[in-house]
Design a protein around this ligand. Structure first.
Ligand SMILES: C[S@@+](CC[C@H](N)C(=O)[O-])C[C@H]1O[C@@H](n2cnc3c(N)ncnc32)[C@H](O)[C@@H]1O
Length: 244
């Protein structure tokens, strides 16, 4: 069941202001990037509108970049504490503990500069292929798995499944390689952004939506796909996969 957060546009704007404000201390790029991504990428809004992150949950954010999800969750907690969380929105995902893993040192530095690491969040600079995954109620992987080979994707997914507590959810956004045009656009944007951020452009390893779903089902998970590129030219899908 998903609610339209647009029922309270001013509350949504306040949430975005709160979630992007910490990045002012991490530099202009970090702040503009946070505002743009949180404001325009439909996935962040959907995670809240559909109540997909449980209150008090341990959240593993793989490929966490500069920690946008952590900042959004903190902003939710702050709004609830201030009595500003609209009553007809799903419960605020307050009191979460986030464990972020990110390959790029510069992103980890920005996350730490903006958000610190004071108890409710840790940012590890490491590779998802080798970093241990702590037990988690929710694992979030947004636009990350295509950077590693299919065999490595499968190994990460197996470890994610094992890290989830029973009933825990994997929130995995992927591109659907069968939607040729949208997938090609996202690959082009991905390469351009990677280059602009000064990183080496690595090949990407895509799969069709059916292949992603089949792989998660092989791990014994219950999977539900949700289109997740509204307002963008991409072919992205959020897979909500539950460990039974
Ligand atoms: C497209 S960005 C998405 C960032 C973040 N999930 C978000 O939605 O804002 C992909 C991120 O995955 C990271 N990444 C790529 N390969 C990785 C790996 N092997 N281990 C950890 N992080 C990785 C990249 O450095 C980048 O920050």
């Amino acid at each position: 069941m998903s609610l339209d957060l647009g029922t309270h546009p001013s509350a949504w704007r306040r949430l975005l202001d709160r979630a992007s404000a910490p990045y002012r201390s991490a530099g202009r790029f970090a702040w503009h990037f946070a505002r743009g991504k949180l404001g325009h990428d439909p996935v962040f809004r959907h995670l809240l509108a559909a109540g997909l992150i449980p209150e008090g949950g341990r959240v593993l954010d793989i490929g966490c970049g500069q920690g946008l999800l952590t900042s959004l969750l903190r902003a939710c907690a702050a709004m609830r504490a201030a009595g500003e969380w609209p009553q007809d929105w799903p419960a605020a995902p307050a009191a979460t503990q986030v464990h972020g893993i990110e390959l790029m040192p510069r992103d980890v530095e920005r996350a730490r500069a903006a958000l610190g690491e004071d108890g409710d969040a840790r940012f590890i600079c490491g590779d998802m292929r080798t970093e241990p995954f702590p037990p988690s109620h929710a694992v979030v992987i947004l636009d990350v798995l295509h950077y590693v080979t299919h065999a490595e994707q499968d190994a990460v997914l197996q470890r994610v499944r094992d890290a989830l507590v029973p009933g825990g959810r994997l929130l995995l956004r992927v591109g659907d390689a069968s939607a040729r045009r949208g997938f090609a656009v996202s690959q082009w944007v991905d390469r351009t952004v990677t280059r602009l951020r000064g990183h080496t452009v690595a090949p990407v390893y895509g799969r069709t939506l059916n292949e992603w779903m089949a792989q998660l089902r092989r791990l014994g998970m219950h999977v539900e796909p949700r289109p997740m590129s509204q307002g963008t030219p991409f072919a992205n899908v959020l897979l909500v996969a539950q460990r039974t």
